[in-house]
Design a protein around this ligand. Sequence first.
Ligand code: FAD
Length: 452
Amino acid sequence: MTEITRDVVIIGAGAAGLTAANELKKAGLSVAVLEARDRVGGRLWTDVIDGAMLEIGGQWVSPDQDALIETLDELGLETYERYREGDSVYIGEDGTLTRFTGEIFPVKPETEKVIVELIEKLDAMVALVDPDRPWESPDAEALDAISFEEWLRQQTDDTEARENIALFIAGAMLTKPAHAFSTLQALLMAASAGSFSHLVDADFILDKRVVGGLQQVPLLLAERLGDDVHLNAPVRTLHWGDDGVTAEADGITVHARQAVLALAPVLYNRISFVPALPRRQHQMHQHLSMGFVIKVHAVYERPFWREQGLSGTAFSPFELTHEAYDNSNHGDERGTLVGFVSDKNADGVFDLSPQERKERILESLSHYYGPEAKDPVVYYESDWGSEEWTRGAYAASFDLGGLHRYGPDLRAAVGPIQFACSDLAGAGYQHVDGAIRMGRLAAERIVAADRT
Ligand code: FAD
């Protein structure tokens, strides 16, 4: 058993924890990062599967994500645009496939009118929401008491318009059914990306990727920390008080003045806090839960859809794979499609055998791209729900009423413990940008406290 003393112990080597550790080190403080897994990066993970490099977790960068873009620049990482030449495809309620360009799905004119009006209405509501303080926005309490599904039902009887608008937040972002989160939570998701329109615009929200994969951010941040990062070191107990903290992990104990808890909030209860955390945190953390989505990769000898003039961008709230994109790697001759199977659909296919699941998912992709989609040379499904140190994807959100009730305390420190994770962010919420912002905030607070 190793026993060391540092100024700050950071628990979790994802983007948030490694950002905090680097900022603290820059400020002259000594750090130890304790990571449960045998790798750094958490929900950022680039792996080679059957010879194909795949980004199993987070990968896209959008133009508003200043904190992430600054970090990419600082680390000297290059980005490239997602392939987007040609037509997108949409499958309607009756199963008809339509090619289209632009952002609005090709639906009946009366449905399109409702969709455009709803987007305008949501944009106006989102403009009044400060992503860092959504609980202070007009009607916050009432908006947090009504599910997004119910709110949409109150706006229109047009099912296809409702399903389309719900898709941008439910299946595509929070990865929970629209009845499971509030309208305020939906507004936060949109405000964190700048507007509701940004979520509708795939070319904005899924704009760029990093050459070599986004996991390079945590890998390079960890490289700068060298021996200060300890892998295979899940923290089991955290003693805390006025005189500092002691983190007991497998194989190592760290004594420090302060701690940064940089893990998904659904995992806080895996740690025994001595003394226990305050009542407010005990309650609040139970109201946050992970969404669930399967990220599917299918790699082909060539990007055959481009020959048909298709961009690879595909949507349908009525398909098992509700959205899919060209995800071919930079400089790779092979073509890769990425598709997403969200919440209840994901539960459903995990009830099947792996072979049946693969067939069902590829069948769904073939509805967008034709029969060739059924024969990839490499096929891979992410399974973040089974990952002990994550337990879902993409991130955590509040149940009905939780955001207004607990939001103001979400990022509050408890004694010498700071909390940092993308799931607690305002701007950049549920994204790597938010993780970096939260890592910076925790470090700033610690440095400020250290100076006084
Ligand atoms: P995490 O990455 O979860 O890091 C927490 C770390 O803490 C982990 O390494 C974990 O192992 C460790 N840990 C947990 N418990 C303990 C313990 N007791 N002791 C020690 N260590 C512990 N974001 C984007 O910006 N763009 C995208 O395209 C995108 N797509 C995504 C696709 C998928 C499939 C997933 C899963 C996520 C995606 N995201 C995306 C979200 C993004 O990946 C996350 O928001 C971000 O990586 C979270 O970083 P974090 O540091 O806050 O948390």
